[in-house]
Design a binder for this molecule. Structure first.
Ligand SMILES: Cc1cc2nc3c(=O)[nH]c(=O)nc-3n(C[C@H](O)[C@H](O)[C@H](O)COP(=O)(O)OP(=O)(O)OC[C@H]3O[C@@H](n4cnc5c(N)ncnc54)[C@H](O)[C@@H]3O)c2cc1C
Ligand code: SF4
Ligand code: SF4
Length: 391
């Protein structure tokens, strides 16, 4: 596999920078790797989309149990991205001293539209850094400096970052032993820096005067909110900020991502939107709720402990999971039609992600929620976008 493919489908996890094998730099608003030496063997082992093929499971991926839930702390539930389950679980693990730190992504205090990776060591720090950052990040670039041998951590990150980390665990057992578990969340894409500028422009907030930028939370879904140096606050609905700006300018890896529901993590959470009469999601402001997939025995055990300790409410959701296809239709369809998208790339002689054809066929065949017509439309649409130079 040529190094071009790694650059093309890089998801900016930052691992190659963390290991001194590349440097990530902004290029057209996206973090892109500048490879330092011939790293193909390393990248093939760790890169989430362009590296070694992995067996993606159909629909929501494999899991132990599925719940719907929320943080029992009303303030956390209100300020967090959905129901605050991730923050509540991390807070419980720190309060109980089951871990020494939480490695996760928060706002860059100097440039609030950018991100930084933090090691939070108290529940207060985790809570202060709750919420989704719809922005570029490279969390694994810093993870080696933020953790110490002999201490225990959890990692919270995007599904691609978790996959890269777990791939890396296989080649560095000592580093793997530092982590009690990994937590992820549903992810539709990492918007570019250009999209941040557009959002700030629409919010009438100059970057050099921007004191704070939130993307959601402080409600559910809450508003994209910019605050400038003199305290002026401007807002935009989640539907407009994600649907019209941020979600339209994401990485190529995101358009070809099979992993949007956090399959490799021990626990993954998403929005458990209520549905409208036609089954589609209702974004009317309300009290946040997460869907919670426990995907390993340690994930199930830690969630149960946090529930028993009173940090989280979690109710069984298995009887309703079939209806979830319409509520998270984008995630369901993106994965179910990846076979057609990858076939279109191959027909047009373009490099494709390193998914195994067996996985792609398996996922496609089991996706009852997407019709054959729709799959054909996606195939032809991908070819059209390639011809127009949009892919
Ligand atoms: C880029 C992005 C795309 C998303 N796409 C979807 C989607 O398609 N469907 C959906 O249901 N939900 C999506 N979400 C939202 C998220 O999946 C849900 O809100 C999830 O249920 C977590 O809710 P919570 O209230 O438990 O999180 P919180 O308790 O608020 O905790 C969120 C945690 O995520 C970490 N975090 C925030 N931003 C990032 C980031 N950019 N990279 C790594 N870690 C981060 C924070 O540090 C925090 O620890 C997305 C979020 C992001 C950041
Ligand atoms: S996906 Fe991660 S490891 Fe692969 S090239 Fe990008 S930053 Fe490096
Ligand atoms: S959509 Fe996939 S590749 Fe893109 S940021 Fe999310 S998990 Fe990573």
């Amino acid at each position: 596999m040529s190094s071009n493919r790694f650059t093309e489908y890089c998801s900016a996890c930052g691992l190659c920078q963390g290991k001194g094998r590349a440097e990530l730099q902004f290029n057209k608003g996206l973090l892109q790797p500048v490879l330092k030496e011939d790293n193909i063997e390393f990248l093939d082992k760790v890169c989430p989309i362009s590296g070694s093929a992995y067996e993606v499971q159909p629909e929501w991926g494999s899991y132990e149990n599925v719940y719907v839930g929320y943080s029992n702390d009303p303030q956390v539930r209100h300020m967090a991205s959905s129901g605050g389950v991730i923050t509540a679980l991390a807070s419980y693990l720190l309060d109980e001293k089951l871990i020494d730190g939480v490695i996760h992504t928060g706002k860059d205090m100097d440039k609030p539209w950018r991100t930084r990776t933090y090691c939070s060591t108290t529940a207060k720090e985790v809570i202060d850094r709750c919420g989704s950052r719809y922005s570029q990040s490279m969390p694994l670039a810093d993870i080696f400096d933020l953790t110490e041998e002999g201490k225990k951590y959890i990692y919270i990150g995007k599904p691609c970052d978790v996959l890269a980390l777990i791939n890396y665990f296989k080649i560095d057992p000592e580093f793997a032993s530092r982590f009690l578990c990994t937590i992820s969340f549903f992810c539709a894409g990492a918007p570019s820096e250009n999209a941040q500028m557009k959002l700030l422009g629409e919010l009438k907030c100059k970057p050099e005067e921007c004191a704070d930028l939130r993307y959601r939370g402080d409600g559910w879904p809450g508003f994209a909110t910019a605050i400038n140096n003199n305290g002026t606050k401007t807002q935009m609905t989640y539907n407009d900020s994600w649907g019209k700006i941020l979600g339209r300018d994401i990485r190529k890896s995101c358009k070809f991502c099979m992993n949007g529901t956090g399959e490799p993590a021990d626990i993954s959470c998403g929005d458990a939107w209520y549905s409208k009469a036609d089954g589609t999601p209702d974004f009317t402001e309300g009290d946040g709720r997460n869907i919670i997939f426990t995907r390993s025995s340690i994930g199930e055990e830690l969630l149960n402990k946090a529930v028993q300790a009173g940090y989280i409410t979690a109710d069984d959701f298995s009887s309703e999971i079939d209806n979830f296809k319409k509520i998270q239709q984008f995630q369901y369809e993106r994965k179910a039609t990846m076979l057609e998208k990858c076939l279109a790339l191959k027909v047009m002689l373009k490099p494709a992600p390193a998914y195994s054809m067996k996985s792609l066929r398996n996922v496609s065949h089991q996706a009852e929620g997407v019709s054959a017509n729709r799959k054909m439309t996606i195939f032809l649409g991908t070819i059209k976008r390639i011809v127009k130079g949009k892919i």
